[in-house]
Design a protein around this ligand. Structure first.
Ligand code: NAP
Length: 307
């Protein structure tokens, strides 16, 4: 029987792990298939307090991981596929084995959204990606495009200017949703060309199945045109990762887990942290804060039970 299992190893899960480990609970962190969460695929993080020069996202999560491990957190790359409350504890289906735990912190984060166009799955990795940090360097001196208008799209576009000959930023409205500082940087960057009021209607692969262009529709004129690009970077937001908990833990209509008070769920022993429950702030620092709250709540829960 575990005392605390933490599902997810992004900022929320790792902060929960640091706190739970320092409380001598020896938490087991199930990292899943995307260790480090969204920070692991981002670039410079400039708004995490304590780093006036900024810090690389992957470095930040590696530091948190080392910090949690130092205090006794244990890590496994396993994926949670099922959850059920049992008699006074919790059962989790992990890969193909059930494990039992007194308490659970769900910090499973959120995953990138895709456009839902034809051939999308086939093209992922062949000129279609949601991660500029991972794949940007493969597209040197060729035109690429980013789809989206939020901070992620702005950040990806700016990052891609290091490699690509031209970065088209395709957004369905006439202004960015991104924060002013990011929008100003995009506007000041000569190698980014925004394409406003426009959506991608089709991916166009070459005969080898690699992306060679996108079909665009101008939403004001309804005119369609072909834009040659070697890679499409989709940055249109995220969906919460709740598959293992569906129908078991309460969600809002968009699938975000519902939290009663800070990190507490309705279910005894189940606590929730980070982007899996956050449709508003979605920041590394708020995820870390809620991870801390979840671990403190789990610790209190266990000590009230005398565990
Ligand atoms: P977001 O803020 O939700 O923006 C998503 C963008 O994609 C919006 O511009 C949206 O258009 C567009 N979009 C959504 N669905 C679309 C579709 N089907 N087709 C075309 N466009 C679509 O998501 P995000 O940029 O990933 O950011 C998420 C959160 O993380 C935000 O709170 C952001 O501030 C934060 N973040 C911060 C930083 C930073 O501070 N450096 C970096 C990355 C992310 P509309 O504008 O029309 O809705």
């Amino acid at each position: 029987m575990e005392k605390v299992v933490i599902v997810g190893s992004g900022c929320a899960g790792l902060t929960a792990a640091i706190y739970a480990a320092r409380a001598n609970l020896s938490p087991l962190v199930l990292e899943g298939s995307h260790p480090g969460g969204q920070l692991a695929t981002t670039t410079l993080v400039e708004n995490f307090p304590g780093f006036p020069e900024g810090i690389d996202g992957p470095q930040l999560v590696m530091n948190m991981h080392a910090q949690a491990e130092k205090f006794g957190a244990r890590f496994s790359y396993s994926e949670v596929c099922g959850y059920e409350p049992a008699d006074g504890h919790i059962r989790l289906l992990v890969d193909d084995e059930w494990i039992e735990t007194e308490s659970l912190i769900v910090a499973s984060g959120a995953s990138a959204r895709w456009l839902g166009l034809e051939n999308e799955e086939k093209l992922i990795g062949h000129g279609l990606t949601s991660c500029a940090t991972c794949d940007g360097a493969f597209y040197r001196n060729v035109p690429v495009c980013v789809v989206g208008g939020g901070d992620s799209a702005a950040e990806e576009a700016l990052f891609l200017t290091r490699f690509a000959s031209k970065v088209y930023l395709i957004h369905r409205r006439d202004r960015l949703r991104a924060s002013k500082i990011m929008a100003d940087r995009v506007a000041a960057c000569p190698s980014i060309e925004p394409i406003w009021n426009t959506v991608v209607t089709q991916y166009v692969p070459d005969e080898k199945g690699e992306m060679k262009a996108v079909q665009l529709r101008d939403l004001q004129t309804q005119q369609e045109r072909l834009l040659p690009v070697a890679c499409v970077f989709v940055a249109i937001g995220h969906d919460p990762n709740t598959k293992a908990f569906q129908g078991k833990l309460e969600t809002d209509p968009d699938g975000y887990l519902l939290v009663r008070h800070l990190a507490e769920s309705k279910h005894p022993g189940v606590f929730i942290a980070g982007d899996v429950a956050d449709r508003v702030y979605k920041q590394a620092i708020t995820a870390a804060g809620s991870g801390c709250a979840a671990a403190i709540e789990a610790e209190r829960y266990l000590s009230e039970l005398g565990k």
